[in-house]
Design a binder for this molecule. Structure first.
Ligand code: TYM
Length: 398
């Protein structure tokens, strides 16, 4: 029998080289689930992956059912999807669905990771949905030659605090720490693994002869969670997966194999990356000053913001005369992500362009917003300490 995942549509991006799904656009940018480099062209990436841009009609469907549209969607930060319209209509028909996302626990959480989770919480509240959240300590152990397994599992517990701190209760949030909660996942993962050939995963993830077999098997585990709600409830419970666009290769495969087992295809909602404070497309773990971590103290947050790259002019005089460029500015980008008030964000944009707002002042405004968010977050995070096991799926399936 032909393997469904080998029937791939060819890439329609003539410039893309090397792999089918792992985009390596010559001399421009690279996006894989493990690496993002260069200035990302999001439209090009979308065309290459074959996901769809989020249209006004789809946003209107969300508004119809949620009563409003979250600023992260309104402002185009979440910009693409697979079958978002289909899951909205499924919801309209009164049928059950769930949310799924995850984190590879390789170290502390930065605010780039938090952004999809903020939308996750909003969706869970608006639609009264359960959330399946995978913490892939196995993936990070396989991927990083220096990482000890105990260390990755430790980070899974630490990172779980950041997720719980968003305000989830144990009846709504189901944590899956891969090495601890494998039991419900494993039967699904082996079925998925049987349908994924070496040819497919090699082309999709760029694996080579020296990739360890743990990492080669791993995609079946990330895919398995997409089918877990259907398996547990013994009925079709499709998931919506909010995440950044780098995770699309997994879910494209998940959608390819779903039919074979009679599972509903997962839907996805993709964000762009939060810009690094250095102005690059994505923050880098090897440069801690490129990102703000949820556990950075106030002094560190302030220093990082005040040292950030901006779209401003070299001198205050030139800034007043010619204005700045908010489109390339990480400081403006963060205002957009963390200020729910459209009028306030628009004023910052206009004042920057017109030269009325200088970078120092704009950075201070951002510091005030972010330090308030982080202070409250840290308090809730500490309250969650010791409670992670109450949220783990195994505790509930016993
Ligand atoms: P990880 O830990 O690399 O990333 C966790 C989540 O954060 C998103 N993300 C970002 N979003 C905006 N701006 C950034 N700069 C940024 N960096 C990362 C990622 O897209 C992801 O949503 N293999 C996964 C773990 C995982 C998962 C999942 C992720 C397991 N199941 C289901 C999403 C959905 C990983 O290592 O994610």
């Amino acid at each position: 029998m032909e393997n469904p995942v080998d029937r791939k549509e060819p890439s329609n991006n003539p410039q893309a080289v090397i792999f089918d799904d792992v985009v390596q656009i010559t001399d421009e940018f690279v996006v894989t689930p493990w690496e993002v480099r260069g200035r990302v062209d999001y439209d090009k990436l979308l065309r290459h992956f074959g996901a769809k841009p989020l249209t006004r009609d789809e946003i209107a469907l969300l508004e119809k059912y949620a009563g409003e549209v979250h600023p992260l969607i309104r402002r185009g930060f979440f910009y693409a999807h697979r079958d978002f319209d289909v899951i909205m209509k499924w919801h309209g028909g009164g049928r059950p669905w769930a949310l799924y996302t995850g984190r590879g626990p390789s170290g502390p959480v930065h605010i780039g990771h938090m952004v999809p989770w903020i939308l996750l919480k909003w969706l869970s509240d608006k639609f009264n949905l359960e959330v399946y959240f995978q913490l892939t300590d196995d993936e990070k152990f396989f991927d990083d030659p220096e990482m000890r397994l105990e260390e990755a599992t430790g980070w899974a517990y630490e990172n779980a605090l950041d997720v719980i701190a968003l305000g989830f209760t144990p009846d709504k949030l189901h944590l899956i720490v891969d090495t601890k909660d494998i039991k419900p996942l494993y039967p699904i993962a082996v079925k998925v693994a049987k349908k994924l050939t070496w040819n497919t995963v090699k082309a999709t993830f760029g694996f080579t002869d020296s990739t360890n077999i743990g990492l080669i098997f791993y995609p079946s585990l990330q895919i398995a969670v997409a089918f877990l709600p259907s398996e547990l409830r013994r009925e079709a419970v499709p998931v919506l997966i909010p995440c950044a666009i780098d995770q699309d290769p997994y879910f494209r495969l998940a959608r390819d194999v779903a039919d074979v087992f009679g599972y509903p295809k997962p839907a996805t909602l993709y964000s762009k990356f939060i810009m690094a404070l250095t102005g690059e497309s994505k923050m880098s773990a090897s440069n801690p000053d490129s990102a703000i971590y949820t556990q950075d103290d106030e002094k560190t947050v302030r220093r990082k913001i005040m040292n950030a790259f901006t779209g401003g002019r070299p001198t205050a005089e030139e800034q007043r005369k010619y204005g700045g460029d908010p489109d390339i500015c990480p400081v403006f980008h963060y205002h957009m992500l963390f200020d729910p008030d459209d009028a306030s964000v628009e004023k910052i944009r206009q004042d920057c362009r017109g030269g009325a707002l200088l970078c120092g002042e704009c950075k201070l405004k951002l510091y005030e917003k972010l330090s308030k968010f982080l202070k409250e977050h840290r308090e809730r995070r500490e309250k969650a300490r010791g409670k992670v096991d109450d949220y783990r799926i195994s505790a509930k399936l016993r």
